[in-house]
Write a protein that binds this ligand. Sequence first.
Ligand code: TXA
Ligand code: MG
Length: 336
Amino acid sequence: MPAPRPETPRRTERLLADSAGIARAAEMLRAGRLVAFGTETVYGLGADATNDIAVAGIFAAKGRPHFNPLISHFPDADAAFVHAEPTDMARQLAAAFWPGPLTLVLPRTGRSDVSDLAAAGLGTLAVRVPRGEVTRTLLTLVGRPVAAPSANPSGKVSPSDAYHVLNGLGGAIDAVLDSGPCPVGVESTVVDLSRGVPVLLRPGGIALERLREVCGPVAHPDDHVHKLPTAPGQLASHYAPELPIRLDAQSVHPHEALLAFGPELPGAGLVWNLSEGEHLDEAAARLFAGLRFLDSEGARRGLTSIAVQPIPRHGLGLAIRDRLRRAATPSTGSPA
Ligand code: TXA
Ligand code: MG
């Protein structure tokens, strides 16, 4: 069941990412309040991961199903490995990619005081050390693990700037620390290291090719459809805009908006080009803003769907395709 949305509206402060704003955000988090903050990937909705009531507030504000565990964020690997077992491979990946857009799922340590609700009662914990001075200063000042899912209502498009957060969750959270647009633009890559072989649970900001360079074979759920587990939160329908999405379009139908990549297909009156020069990093950074723009402007103009030009399957293309596939899957009513 999705958690109910809170009934009493709150005043949501927009904090500037200067030293006073960061200090205030940290103080609010330490006091158990809900503060969204920018990371290199997307904005997260933060709460003290050791405070059950604060963590429950995240689920309520997002309308997120309780079976979907949260990532705990840390300023450095040493802090993360107090709560998650540092296997050899975890240390190698941390050395190669932290701080950065990689989340590791590891067995929880006996001394971890992260709330069971944040971990959805699992024996594992997802941990991440994000990049970016503001984010790391904030996490250092909080001095505790910070649970943070993407700062959007559950099932909707993730926020890549502070205004997206205010549009979706303004009135439901205490503050947003505005550090500007997120440079990577898609969420972290999630890798499960708690089994024999590393398993890619979610493609994201670190490309699979780069992971394999460091840790050798990585199992990908698509390699063995239905045989490998995916992350509990990887529901088929997610990132849902209001307009339906048509993937791998070779032409534009009448009344369609176009999400382009490279040279644009002719015939669309409303276009957002992810990257004219076909750069996948640029396309990832522009993805969620583009979906929001085409969705709202397309609906305003009476368009009926969004056609998406083919995106290659390598590099960050894997993460972009994953998000678009989920955005294209109609919700069956299950809480995504
Ligand atoms: O880039 C990101 O990862 C952003 C920023 C804010 O850090 N966070 C984010 O969180 O995308 P969220 O909650 O939207 O996605 C976390 C994913 C979900 O699919 C969840 O099911 C999975 O990680 N996850 C968390 N803990 C897990 C665990 N113990 N085992 C398996 N999957 C887990
Ligand atoms: Mg999310």
